[in-house]
Design a protein around this ligand. Sequence first.
Ligand SMILES: [Zn+2]
Ligand SMILES: [Zn+2]
Length: 135
Amino acid sequence: MIMNNSAIKSYRYSRQRQRILEFLQDDFSHPSALELYQALKPEMPSLSLGNLYRNLHILEEQSLILKISPPGSNEDRYDGHVHQHIHFRCGSCHKIFDIDMLPDLKNTFHTLSQQGFTTQEMHISLGGTCPNCAS
Ligand SMILES: [Zn+2]
Ligand SMILES: [Zn+2]
């Protein structure tokens, strides 16, 4: 099989992309691009920050990952869990916690759809102190 240069390149990018997606799906820390780069670089020596940003952008456009900008943080983070959930960022340890939607909020969506609204996006971010840091 003969592959031209760009075919080899796109093959390599898509394999990298698959691995980036898997990493994010297994990870619950909502890493920044730099943290992702540091975690993946040892197993992907050919990875550059430019590749990584390009792949993250494509994954985001395909709705396979979320890019989140938590309050109090000036760094974008990435989330491989795209079900509807809320983020809580602890101001002390800077961890980001996934919070499930409570019934009240689900009711809000239900009411909206009864009123004819179609909701495609939700951005709810909370900030404060996590139980570990509060005690
Ligand atoms: Zn904390
Ligand atoms: Zn999350």
